[in-house]
Design a protein around this ligand. Structure first.
Ligand SMILES: [Zn+2]
Length: 323
């Protein structure tokens, strides 16, 4: 079974396919199925259910047993995720059996699908949408207005986003980001490497706060400025230490010492952990920045394409078949 046959397989069972993601409703449970691995067919089945915290462990064990050791079960909050591994030959049969077993289990144990709108937190959802990685019940008005707002934000940023104001924000952010490190060095005479995480984050949030345009420039700027501010911080610490010890502000002399190869090399060597935390901060900022305008638009369009009123969800006839 290749991926197009796989799509066909789900489509004929009432799933709506979005590339490799299938969204469907079995009984009353909205399920999303995604093909995550080849050549072995590994698919993840995701369903959001209402489950008491204390019972999660038991259910997890029992659901895992249902799958006859052909996969894994995990929870993220109230989202139940099953990863099913099957061979190519056995795919339709084993997959159907797993889904049927799961739905039977949920029904028999009276485990409800999530009936809480993930956006407003209220009940009585009237629609379905693939939102936050889960095909789930939502209020149509909530999801529509959320997506409208995201689209408006993107349009606003495209129109008014400004590199220059963003740069100013990033520079101010960088200063704020190194402040805790400088203060702790001066007060406690110790560098807490973990504080270096703040540098890229503050640069990024500064850029965004000052309405910098959200595109790839934001990423490059954050990385470059993170390194610049790291050195600026080390330089300031040097100046302040000398001021503490000798009572003099030797900005220019310190600058010369700072770029002395021996001093510089020694500093780089001792940076180890700090650099690591700086990188962690950059990676986190990166994941935020990569939500740039283009990607946000694409994801808004994608979510929109999955929205439908509950009564139109149809029925996915897994239960009555012998696969
Ligand atoms: Zn709602």
């Amino acid at each position: 079974m290749n991926s197009s046959e796989w799509g066909q397989f789900l489509t004929t069972r009432g799933f709506q396919m979005h590339d490799m993601l299938g969204c469907g409703v079995i009984d009353r449970y909205p399920l999303s199925v995604q093909l995550v691995g080849k050549p072995a067919l590994i698919s993840s089945i995701i369903v959001k259910i209402h489950l008491a915290q204390s019972l999660k462990k038991n259910y997890r064990k029992e659901i895992k047993n249902l799958m006859k050791h052909k996969g894994a079960v995990s929870y993220v909050g109230r989202t139940l995720q099953m990863v099913v591994r099957t061979s190519h030959m056995q795919y339709p049969y084993e997959f159907s059996q797993t889904v049927i077993a799961l739905v039977n289990y949920l029904t028999t144990n009276n485990i409800q699908e999530s009936l809480q709108c993930p956006i407003c937190g209220q009940f009585d959802p009237d629609g379905l949408a693939y939102y936050n990685g889960v095909y789930q019940k939502v209020h149509l008005s909530c999801i529509e207005s959320l997506l409208d707002k995201r689209e408006a934000d993107v349009a606003q940023n495209e129109k008014n986003g400004n590199l220059l104001t963003g740069l100013i924000g990033a520079l101010l952010g960088g200063l704020v980001g190194i402040l805790p490190s400088v203060i702790t060095v001066m007060a406690a005479n110790h560098i807490y490497a973990i504080l270096f995480v703040l540098i890229p984050l503050c640069i990024y949030y500064g850029y965004r706060l000052f309405r910098g345009k959200m595109n790839n420039v934001a990423i490059v700027l954050t990385i470059v400025l993170s390194v610049v501010f790291l050195f600026l911080m080390e330089y300031l610490v040097l100046v302040l230490t000398i001021h503490q010890d000798y009572g003099m502000w030797l900005f220019a002399d310190c600058f010369k010492v700072f770029f002395d190869p021996e001093f510089f090399g020694e500093m780089i060597k001792t940076m180890g952990m700090s650099a690591l935390f700086l990188v962690i901060g950059i990676v986190y900022s990166w994941s935020q920045i990569s939500q740039n305008n283009k990607k946000t638009s694409t994801s808004v369009q994608f979510t929109r394409s999955t929205i439908k009123p509950i009564q139109d969800a149809g029925y996915t006839p897994f239960k009555n078949e012998n696969a």
